[in-house]
Ligand binder design. Structure first.
Ligand code: F6P
Length: 360
């Protein structure tokens, strides 16, 4: 039996279980392959109990389930792993231990399902000889090599439903409601949900905003008898000349957590526009729950395509959606630049054509 490993790293995204199932079912159908699941991202390579065999029984019924049966870790970088030494936090490079464990397991291929961070780690491991095949996932949709990542569609649907719900209560109470959405430095969730959910103001990291413009839009609506507005703001959005807003992570050695810009915008609206405002932070609701049909479909296609790459022993590659087809490309090419909202693209053009306020 040849062996394939699979792990899910970084923040979870709806569709991870669909990918795992697709790999296991493809391997079973093909024959001659055993699939090993590595728990909690690369952390499982450092844990004697961190590897499990994935049989058909293990993946039974998981297609519609959110999360990941393998667990995920978005603080699990083997090149910079947090350790406590003499009461102090330090970073340690344990990548050689990870490489050794993968060799000991006899993995012919290791399928890594991850976002930008996890796939960059995978590229470094590939350069150290690990037979990596990448599958892009993230609700943020910020991986350049693929048109879309799975997880994104589910997050956009959740955010759109939230806007629909906030719309009715904002209207009933003649208020502004500000909805803060995830996406880190990319505004895709906010732009797509903002348009789909009919937000009046959409603020994304790619377009630094002016508070003045927000107020003008809200007041102009009030002038037309619309005494309420909804604002979709990305957690990474920032005012012109100002910085992004972070929650204190309490941990200087890991990526700081974005959050708080929604409150800043809401406070401004109340003070300057003189209209009552509330803020809702949608947070991890965007990552949880059952994947949409589109995300199950995409995740399943990615899983099957990654298995076929494993059969060909085609390593250092990432599966991707380009147009309507799943293909693959070199991992380093896929990760060469982060993907951001194209300011000249049709998403932004659509929002502007409809007269949405983008804050600039
Ligand atoms: O990258 C996915 C994401 O959900 C971002 O949109 C968000 O900024 C971050 O992860 C939150 O991470 P955590 O799970 O550590 O709160």
């Amino acid at each position: 039996m040849k062996r394939i490993g699979i792990l899910t790293g970084g923040g979870d995204a709806p569709g991870l279980n669909a990918v795992i199932r697709a790999v296991v079912k493809s391997a079973d159908r093909h024959g001659g392959y055993q699939v090993l699941g590595i728990r909690d991202g690369f952390e499982g390579c450092l844990d004697p109990e961190g590897v499990v065999e994935l049989t058909l029984d293990a993946v039974h019924g998981i297609l519609p389930r959110g999360g990941t049966i393998l667990g995920a870790a978005n603080r699990g970088n083997p090149f910079a792993r947090k350790v406590i030494r003499d009461g102090r936090e330090e970073m340690e490079d344990v990548s050689d231990q990870v490489v050794r464990r993968i060799e000991q397991l006899g993995l012919e291929s290791l399928i890594v399902v991850g976002g930008d961070g996890t796939l960059h780690i995978s590229l470094e491991l590939f350069r150290k000889g690990v037979p990596i095949i990448g599958i892009p996932k993230t609700i943020d949709n910020d991986i350049d090599g693929t048109d879309v990542t799975f997880g994104f569609d589910t997050a956009v649907n959740t955010a759109t439903e939230a806007l629909d719900r906030l719309h009715t209560t904002a209207e009933a109470h003649h208020r502004v409601i500000v909805l803060e959405l995830m996406g880190r430095d990319a505004g895709f969730i906010t732009l797509h949900a903002g348009v789909a959910g009919g937000a009046d103001v959409v603020l994304i990291p790619e377009i630094p905003f002016e508070f003045k413009g927000i107020c003008e839009t809200i007041q102009a609506r009030a002038g037309r008898g619309r005494h309420f507005s909804t604002v979709a703001v990305a957690e990474g959005a920032r005012p012109k000349g100002g910085g992004q807003v972070f929650r204190s992570s309490g941990d200087e050695l890991v990526t700081a957590r974005l959050g708080g810009i929604g409150q800043t915008v809401s406070d401004y609206v109340e003070e300057v526009c003189q209209i009552e405002s509330r803020v809702v932070v949608l947070g991890h609701l965007q990552r949880g729950g059952s994947p949409t049909a589109f995300d199950r479909w995409l995740a399943t296609r990615f899983g099957a395509a990654a298995f076929l790459l494993a059969v060909q022993r085609s390593h250092g590659r990432m599966v991707a959606l380009r147009g309507v087809n799943v293909m693959d490309l070199a991992l380093d090419e896929a990760l060469a630049a982060p993907k951001r909202v194209d300011l000249n693209g049709d998403g932004v053009r659509t929002a502007r054509t409809l007269g949405l306020c983008l804050g600039d």
